[in-house]
Design a protein around this ligand. Structure first.
Ligand code: G4P
Length: 216
């Protein structure tokens, strides 16, 4: 482990400083640019869901790589479209391929595919989520990344695809978790490790509140 001197001249691990930085950048961005649409939905289309902030995404990718360092990750898996930016940055940092699951069957995806049904509570629609069998193998150790965690449907659907391939789910990394919904609990109950960079505990009264953070 690397150590550096902080302003107080005390030794502390670099890893922790990096974790705090990514967290702070994200929380600041959520507070300054997030729009609370209702008690259930937070709009972040200026940096994550429509326009994307590459500098922030780079820090997010580094943080996921830090959290899952030493796990022997061989692939990063996400779902189109907003998961792609944080996932590619994590994959770049881990130096492994990134796969994005498709919600609509691709015209050129003619080979064998893994398919899972994923229901979106937010959008009230069901999608057939697909990944080509060409890209996931039993020896893979997969880090699943997504932009939002609400009820956990997308993350658990991706985990089922990894299991279909006979591969291992190393863990699930989330950029923004809505802790007042059931996703994190459902993922933990399913036996997977979940790491959320920002945990929103409430959107009540048009105000974003964060859950107490444990920086690893
Ligand atoms: P779940 O997978 O955790 O169960 O979430 P859910 O089905 O409820 O969410 C479906 C979609 O809505 C996902 O995007 C998810 O990222 C997004 N979402 C959920 N809650 C919020 C929220 O409070 N704010 C924002 N901005 N998005 C939210 P998607 O359909 O996959 O869309 P995209 O990735 O193409 O953008």
């Amino acid at each position: 482990m690397h150590f550096s001197l902080n302003v107080y001249g005390l030794q502390r691990p670099n890893l922790n400083i990096r974790g705090e930085l990514a967290l702070k950048l994200l929380q600041d961005k959520v507070l300054s640019e997030g729009i609370v649409l209702s008690d259930q939905v937070l709009k972040v289309d200026s940096f994550l869901n429509h326009q994307m902030d590459p500098v922030l995404m780079k820090e997010v990718g580094k943080e996921f790589a830090r959290l899952f360092a030493g796990e022997g990750i061989t692939k990063v898996l996400t779902i189109e479209s907003s998961g792609i930016a944080p996932a590619i940055m994590a994959a770049l940092e881990l130096e492994v391929p990134m796969i994005f699951a498709r919600k609509q069957k691709s015209l050129t995806l003619r080979e064998d595919i893994y398919v899972e049904k994923v229901y979106s509570f937010t959008k009230r629609q069901e999608n057939d989520v697909t990944v080509s069998k060409k890209f996931l193998f039993p020896e893979d150790n997969v880090l699943i990344i997504d932009d939002f965690l609400a009820h956990g449907e997308a993350a658990l659907g991706l985990a089922r695809i990894v299991e279909q391939a006979g591969a291992k789910v190393a863990g699930i990394g989330i950029v923004i978790e809505k802790s007042f919904q059931s996703g994190a609990q459902r993922i933990q109950e399913a036996g997977y490790r979940v790491e959320s960079l920002v945990r929103v505990s409430s959107l009540e009264g048009g105000k974003v509140s964060f859950a107490a953070e444990a920086v690893h």
